[in-house]
Ligand binder design. Structure first.
Ligand code: PGA
Length: 248
């Protein structure tokens, strides 16, 4: 049984004044069936982790460097994030792949660094609008999975997020059938590479314009184990409704 996961990606949003959102979330979901992870900007990881120590919300980060320390001005290592109280880290988000030219190899090295520091990696994959139009979606996803996931994956240290780039922040969402096709494909590839035990235990999230109105339908799709939610995770009141939908 894979426990459902609702992960909020705050991106570059959130000042200290937003810390109260976590308390509201926790009060709304004292004992949720699904796991709740919030990934605030790095500046808020420590204070959020402190606030959340006693409740159901776990804290994650949005990126880490592939090295554990050294001359990398402006970067943050996985060890530092773990030290600040993070338990998860999002890696290979399309915004980073695009803005910082992150390759599958970079993402794989970051995942290794995350695992060495004891963090769980949420590795993102997804096709662009033109790749979908050209019917290349599964090839693209297959390549990203093969290149971005290190060999030591387990159901504990890895979560995959399928995020079609054209669905992120646009209000566009693939059809239920298209989401199902990609998630089944990811599951098949995970089982083939890591064996049925590990392959079946890794959670696969859907991400891209998920909201309170569509979450319940999306999570009914086989092999959808939850969501990676951007815009709709910023306010506890919105994210809370999605968590309720994922609780089933
Ligand atoms: P969105 O973002 O929910 O705002 O579309 C999702 C993501 O980029 O993780």
């Amino acid at each position: 049984m894979r426990r459902k996961l609702a992960a909020g990606n705050w991106k570059m949003n959130g000042l200290r004044s937003a810390l109260g959102e976590v308390g509201i979330l926790a009060a709304d979901h004292l004992d949720p069936a699904c796991e709740v992870v919030l990934c605030p900007p790095a500046t808020l990881v420590r204070s959020m982790a402190k606030t959340c120590r006693e409740n159901c919300v776990t804290i994650g980060a949005q990126d880490c460097h592939e090295n554990s320390s050294g001359a990398h001005t402006g970067d943050i290592s996985a060890e530092m994030l773990a030290d600040a109280g993070a338990e998860y880290v999002i890696l290979g988000h399309s915004e980073r792949r695009e803005a910082y030219d992150e390759t599958d190899e970079t993402v794989r090295n970051k995942a290794k660094a995350a695992w060495s520091a004891g963090l769980r990696a949420i590795i993102c994959v997804g096709e662009s609008a033109s790749e979908r139009k050209a019917a290349n979606t599964l090839d693209i996803i297959g390549g990203q999975l093969a290149g971005s996931i290190p060999d030591a994956a387990t159901g504990e240290n890895l979560v995959i997020a399928y995020e079609p780039i054209w669905a992120i922040g646009t209000g566009l969402v693939p059809s239920i059938g298209d989401i199902g096709e990609v998630h089944d494909f990811i599951r098949m590839r995970l089982e083939r590479r890591f064996g049925p035990g590990v392959g079946r235990s890794v959670r696969i999230l859907y991400g891209g314009s998920m909201n309170a109105g569509n979450a319940a339908d999306i999570v009914q799709v086989p092999n959808v184990d939850g969501g990676l939610i951007g815009g709709a995770s910023l306010k506890a009141a919105d994210f809370s409704k999605i968590i309720t939908a994922l609780n089933g």
